[in-house]
Design a protein around this ligand. Structure first.
Ligand code: AMP
Ligand code: ZN
Length: 667
């Protein structure tokens, strides 16, 4: 019986590993999402019932959830060096001369790889299983970030036979551009500042304490170096090809070059083409291909002699700054924008560039009519990096940052520690008004069908609405006469607005557009306070006591709640019947009786199914966990509870209770 369960578990793990590899490494699919989830769920259930077969490298462990307060320092078995840089063909020819002298060989072969722009990582495997993942740190020792790394699905946790069994492999943790843009869209929607560039976001992600949060980020890992004693490879190329076959994501763009001229061709080609890659690169890495030459050449104090990075120049162009305009965001944040004479930069025509904030403009002394250099570096939007002072005309005047909102002429404020200016006129500033209503109707908020962002702009312009409560007063007769509106679309709009009264409180709360209250925070707050009334009555001190609510969020909620305008708006929304509290049905059967307790379930039960137990634990405020640990409070034991789980629970001093005991607990 147990043997067949064990086989079943192992088979499922193997299957899921294969599908993960196909999807995340090979970029194709071998199973539908639905079937994949189903198999994963089957595996989860089996692992919960038979904890004796627990495996830290099971595909179920990829969802994260472990919290690391302090990352363990680990000394690298093999030092992680940096790379020497080169910037020109001459530099590379000099490097080749040194190689020829040191090896006594005239004709060397090389590999060229792209230099992936992220954070370096060392993965150690023992007997084909991932042991740990450690950051580069100072090169001698780094941080053990294994819990976070395991959530990156393209990294194999277990290798099937056929590759070296004990080795280290090094690579770069990157955040592909697509995923990066999506993350930023969400942040902007939540009124948060966008992340600056993928590299910093990737390396920041590695140090997050909550691996569940890391799991949500679309990180990836590109590998470039296999390290180990007596590896069965004779060239770098062979080692990496073999690693790719074993399941690692080794980019196929790498190339073997038989001469330095071929290296130049590679550089030439990718200098342009890199703009089409789905991730960012900041250069090329050239390596001596034969491993015995690598050994012979060895290392300097800081880097290998057998490798060199060729750095791309960040694409830069000079152009004229015609005008500085100021944009007002939904939350009132002001962003200065450089309007440029159009210029071709890294394959795209650039007309606008970011100027960040007032300090930046002052620091670089940027003025209208200046000739400025724009650069497309790590950042998404090109930025102005420098003024060509030689070309500045004598009558040029220093830039005065605006003091008043370009939209509503209100005096701007700048809070301490904040780089940005804000327009404080929340309720009178047209852009903020429109932006806030557009946010309110958006998909993740009240999801109003029949009403789009453009119609909101139109309705605002026509003076029919000036806040989200006004939506509920709209009549078809007012809408029909508007441009591009017909009876049918007007009716749809009204019906959509009416229907939004059914949207649950947590989404409404998100839709209100309170600064720093994004989707997740809104959910937390709704769960904790249960109604808008009690949320608005909460003090700053009460707010920061709530799990994951920090000072910034608490402060923002207090300000929102004390604003007379908001109070009136919320009153109106309540009167219209918008859901401003958690609904009866979703509260039914829910208590807080188990708050603060972590439960593990094992065995077979009589009254409830395992899933019902899980739901019941969560409905009563408890936490359901699939593995036993010191933090577990109770284990609910059913028939056939695994003996090893029982021993472990006893060793840890965890309360072992029956199904009946559990039911007593919640009644
Ligand atoms: P640097 O940080 O400028 O000294 O550059 C060295 C770093 O480049 C290494 O630590 C790696 O993290 C990174 N890197 C990116 N792509 C590669 C690659 N293909 N080969 C070697 N190192 C790479
Ligand atoms: Zn304004």
């Amino acid at each position: 019986m147990t043997q067949s369960i064990k086989d079943k578990i192992q088979l499922l793990r193997k299957e899921l590993r294969k599908h993960n590899h196909t999807y995340y490494v090979l970029d194709t699919t071998s199973i539908s999402d639905f079937d994949f989830d189903k198999k994963l769920e089957d595996l989860q259930l089996l692992e919960q019932s038979y904890p004796e077969f627990f495996d830290a490298n099971s595909p179920t462990q990829r969802v994260g959830g472990d919290i690391t307060k302090n990352f363990k320092t680990v000394v690298h078995k093999n030092r992680m060096y940096s790379l020497d840089n080169s910037y020109s063909k001459e530099d590379l020819l000099d490097w080749e001369k040194r190689l020829q002298k040191n090896t006594g060989v005239e004709k060397l072969t090389y590999t060229c790889e792209l230099k992936y722009d992220g954070a370096s990582i060392n993965l150690s495997y023992k007997n084909g299983k991932l042991q740990n993942a450690v950051t580069r740190g100072d090169g001698f020792q780094g941080d053990d970030v294994s819990a976070n790394i395991k959530t990156i699905k393209s990294i194999p946790l277990v290798l099937d036979d056929g590759f070296v069994s004990n080795f280290e492999i090094r690579g770069e943790i990157i955040l592909p551009l697509d995923g990066f843009h999506k993350m930023n869209e969400e942040r902007i929607e939540n009124g948060e500042e966008a992340y600056r560039n993928p590299r910093n976001t990737a390396s920041g992600s590695l140090k997050l304490q909550d691996s569940g949060e890391v799991a949500k980020r679309p990180l990836d890992c590109l590998l470039y170096h296999v390290v180990g004693d007596s590896l069965p490879f004779s060239t770098h190329m062979e080692a990496l090809n073999s690693a790719r076959k074993a399941g690692f994501k080794v980019p196929v763009e790498m190339k073997e070059c038989n001469s330095i001229d071929e290296v130049f061709e590679y550089i030439e080609f990718w200098g342009e083409k890199r703009n089409d890659l789905p991730y960012e690169t900041d250069g090329i890495v050239v390596k001596v291909n034969k491993l015995h030459f690598q050994d012979e050449l060895g290392y300097t104090a800081k880097s290998p002699r057998w490798a060199i990075a060729y750095k791309f120049k960040a694409a830069q162009q000079s152009t004229i700054l015609n005008e500085i305009t100021y944009q007002v965001g939904r939350t009132g944040a002001i962003t200065p924008v450089a309007n440029l004479a159009p210029v071709l930069l890294a394959g795209t025509i650039v007309k606008r560039a970011s100027l960040h904030n007032a300090t930046q403009i002052q620091k670089l002394d940027i003025r209208i009519n200046d000739t400025v250099f724009v650069e497309k570096g790590g950042e998404i939007i090109p930025k102005v990096v420098r003024v060509d002072f030689a070309k500045r005309s004598e009558d040029s005047i220093p830039t005065n940052y605006i003091s008043h909102c370009p939209d509503c002429q209100t005096l701007l404020v700048r809070e301490e520690g904040d780089a940005k200016h804000y327009c404080p006129n929340q309720f009178g500033c047209p852009t903020q008004i429109t932006g806030r209503i557009q946010h309110y109707i958006s998909r993740k908020a009240l999801d109003i069908d029949g009403l789009g962002a453009e119609s909101v702009t139109l309705l605002c312009k026509e003076g029919l609405i000036s806040n989200y409560a006004d939506l509920y007063d709209l009549r078809t007769a007012q809408i029909i006469p508007l441009e591009r509106m017909a009876e049918k679309s007007a009716k749809n709009m009204i019906a959509g607005i009416e229907k939004s009264k059914e949207i649950p409180f947590e989404k409404v709360l998100f839709g209100l557009g309170i600064r720093f209250v994004g989707e997740t925070v809104a959910k937390k707050l709704a769960k904790h306070f249960k109604s808008m009334r009690s949320l608005m009555a909460a003090t700053y001190e009460e707010l920061i006591l709530v799990d994951e609510i920090g000072e910034r969020i608490a402060q923002s909620i207090v300000e929102f709640s004390n604003d007379l305008g908001t109070i009136l708006l919320i009153d109106r929304l309540t009167a219209y019947g918008v859901q401003l509290e958690v609904s009866e049905t979703s509260l039914r059967g829910k208590t807080e009786k188990l708050t603060g307790n972590i439960f593990v379930v094992s065995g077979v039960f009589e009254i409830m199914s395992r899933n019902e137990l899980k739901k019941s634990i969560e409905d009563n405020g408890g936490k359901f966990s699939s593995s036993l640990s010191k933090k577990t409070n109770y284990i609910i034991a059913g028939a056939n509870m695994g003996p090893s789980k029982r021993t472990k629970a006893e060793d840890l001093g965890i309360d072992i209770i029956s199904e009946a005991d559990y039911i007593n607990l919640i009644q």
